[in-house]
Design a protein around this ligand. Structure first.
Ligand SMILES: [Ca+2]
Length: 100
């Protein structure tokens, strides 16, 4: 679950096998919610030739790091392949725009 920027209050209750319980309040404040752009496979907040190369490396069986596959399937085909690398390269040079 991705939390929006806000403050959330949770009550955590723990119960053991003989029904003794304890609880505490946890306050979570989200000050910056990051939603990664499709194509930014290394999560550096830039879509550039490095992302293209990393997708291509992944396509040929290498293991580039850091690599976030959830941002790599830019054409939504269900596979991370050379088409995704080409689309990111085209976006990098301004020939096309990637889906949001
Ligand atoms: Ca990137």
């Amino acid at each position: 679950m991705i939390l929006a920027m806000d403050t959330y209050i949770y009550e955590c209750i723990v119960t053991d096998q003989i029904d003794q319980s304890d609880s505490d309040i946890v306050i979570v404040t989200v000050t910056h919610a990051t939603q990664w752009q499709l194509g930014d496979v290394n999560h550096d907040e830039t879509i550039d030739i490095i992302d293209t190369l990393m997708i291509a490396q992944r396509y040929v069986g290498l293991d580039p790091q850091p690599f976030y596959p959830e941002e790599a399937d830019v054409d939504g085909s269900g596979a991370i392949d050379i088409v995704d690398a080409l689309m990111v390269a085209q976006a990098y040079v301004g020939l096309t725009k990637l889906p949001p």
